[in-house]
Write a protein that binds this ligand. Structure first.
Ligand code: PAF
Length: 281
């Protein structure tokens, strides 16, 4: 695995791959890798001849009161995991390498960036789309792999790629869960044992919605009310949002007649967790 810390180095490594007519995949991450990330790497390896992974805890997508300084960092472990998976190129730049002059140029997907997590975390998606555009320009990948767990991020990135004509295929990979159903997330590491138990309410609320949908309920208001009853039984978890939306526009859907996204975010202690499921006819 070639380890690169500068933009010219990683650009040259990626161009060499593509000069050999190999299809290049990019898996952008913020490190603290878990099985969810590794599933992206495996999907990338199955679909492309060479895989690049980036590890960069991107400061511009964290708000001033968020967890940038305590975000888990475990570079040596991450590097070993990626080596084992047979990753070809690892890009792990410093903040100065990526933002040498601060940042005054932004990529913003208007509207979409203010929905779901974008409403709760102002500026978050502007930071995500800016870094993802930079990573696309630096690596010039043929395909990029993202987790379905970050469904709103996926919608924002897909729209950016479409609007800015990036020649990149965006591949979404299924949510990977712990054995008890908790969606894998680097932030799960913040949970103490009691919080870890309480966090399962996110998955339970989504299962309740799936159950009522399978039984024939199609009205979003009814489904949301059923989910909120599940949350009411776990009062120490504070619901941020529970929404039923179009997966592309993230606009609320009143009656479900096609593929629809059910997305939830909640605070378990001070840790904000997200999860989602898709309702399909
Ligand atoms: O999903 C993430 O880990 C981050 O938002 C991403 C896409 C790597 C951008 O920093």
């Amino acid at each position: 695995m070639k380890l690169c810390s500068t933009i010219p180095e990683v650009r040259a490594a990626c161009r060499a791959v593509r000069a050999n007519r190999k299809r290049l995949a990019l898996v952008p991450t913020m490190g603290a890798l878990h099985e969810g990330h590794l599933s992206l790497v495996r999907a990338a390896k199955a679909q492309c001849e060479a895989v690049a992974v980036s590890i960069f805890v991107n400061p511009t997508q964290f708000g001033p009161t968020e967890d940038l300084s305590k975000y888990p960092r475990q570079f040596d472990r991450d590097r070993q995991l990626l080596e084992k998976e047979g990753v070809d190129i690892l890009f792990a730049p410093s903040v100065d390498e990526i933002y040498p002059n601060g940042q005054v140029t932004w990529v913003l997907v208007e509207g979409l960036s203010e929905k779901l997590d974008g409403r709760s975390r102002p500026g978050h998606f502007r930071g995500v789309t800016t870094i993802v555009s930079k990573l696309f320009h630096i690596h010039e990948p043929d395909a990029a792999f993202f987790g379905q767990k970050d469904a709103a991020q996926l919608a924002v990135i897909r729209r950016m790629v479409e609007d800015l004509s990036f020649p990149v295929e965006i591949v979404a990979c299924p949510i990977v869960r712990e054995s008890d159903g908790l969606a894998m997330s680097s932030r799960n590491a913040y949970l103490n044992p009691e919080e870890r138990g309480r966090a399962l309410v996110l998955q339970r609320s989504l299962q309740q919605v799936q159950h009522e949908f399978q039984a024939g309920e199609r009205t979003s208001a009814q489904l949301i009310s059923a989910a909120k009853k599940v949350f009411a039984r776990e009062p120490q978890v504070v619901l941020d949002y529970f929404e039923i939306v179009d997966p592309e526009t993230l606009d609320p859907v009143e009656r479900i007649s096609q593929k629809t996204l059910v997305a939830v975010a909640a605070y378990v202690g001070s840790t904000r967790l997200i999860d989602n499921t898709v309702l399909d006819r």
